[in-house]
Ligand binder design. Sequence first.
Ligand SMILES: Cc1ncc(COP(=O)(O)O)c(C=O)c1O
Length: 395
Amino acid sequence: MTVYTEKMHVMNTYARWDVTIVKGSGTTVWDHTGKAYLDCTSGIGVTSLGHCPPAVSAKLHQQLDTLWHSSNVTQHPLQEELGKKLTELSGLDQVFFCNSGAEANEAAIKLARRYAQKTKNEDRFEIITFEQSFHGRTLATLTATGQQKVKEGFNPLPAGFITVPYGDVEAVKNVTTNQTCAVLLELVQGEGGVHPASMEFVTELYAWCKSNDILLMIDEVQTGIGRTGEWFSYQHYGIVPDVITLAKGLGSGFPIGAMLATEAVAAAFSPGSHGTTFGGNQLATTAGMATLLEMEQQNVLSHVKAMSEYLLDALKDIAKQYPHQIKGVRGLGLMVGLEMTGEVSGYLKAAQQKGVLLLQAGPNVIRLLPALIIQKSEIDQLVLVLKEILQSGEK
Ligand SMILES: Cc1ncc(COP(=O)(O)O)c(C=O)c1O
């Protein structure tokens, strides 16, 4: 196969690694030279059942010979089936299908505005978001994102977003006005450095939103579909939000996004108010349904909890051994961050050389998003490689 070293035809929007993955199975991927890697990235939180999971693959193969796409003007039993499953798992009532996390958040933003303006008044459009958050790359979602670097060069940005420090309920209260329609947040900030929200913050925020008739919208694009050890991260906090957004892990790598809402909120959309050509087509919904059924079949949630404990314990041990390099370990389920005392890009390169793929979240955090089916022996392999790299850094 051809491996392009000069980037001639594709726009230069990614700082790509010097790795060309050509094949994947379970937690292993292979590059074009045949070198195997333990994939602790899951393609950035996507391939939760591992690469090419046989149960999903079989259903997709069947669907490939049946129907790929019929458009959203036809009846769509596969969307109904996956929608029913997602509402049962989440406690929300209705779903809108799209193709990515940004689109799911864009749909949530539109729904929140439309709901507020239909049920309250035209001036209620403002959405409160948090510093270090990440919600996507469309104009509205990058404006919602609490990181300056994703906004540079894109002025004028849409009006109606206000960002406050993460975890600070008083700040939310201070910026709430009669223009506020919703709060949008991640309960574990992913791209922003793997920061789980505290129980106290979430409980107080929930109460504030309820008492002020503000929609609470949880971005579950990275945390959803079992990543944190529950189907959705809000289930750790004993709350049910008004709106949630999903993507990454839902289709095992087949692009699909979803936005779910309570019935009352969802009723703000009517035919023509939102839509997409590809959203939830027959292949995407087949991948989504097969992924959820396989996760249930394999009892993935309890496996995630057990592996999370095993991984976090091992990492905390290493952190004690290398305090000059590791500042802290944090995470929820199999969304784990190692905060280092310096830049992490060198650690990522060293791990790649030793056959392990790791991610970063910001300049100083190593982020681990392994497949949810990772086994103890593979965690041992990861920990061994981390130790070797840290040891060589001590010299
Ligand atoms: C929490 C969160 N929201 C939204 C997005 C955007 O998703 P996508 O890249 O599918 O548009 C991401 C992507 O990393 C994310 O982590």
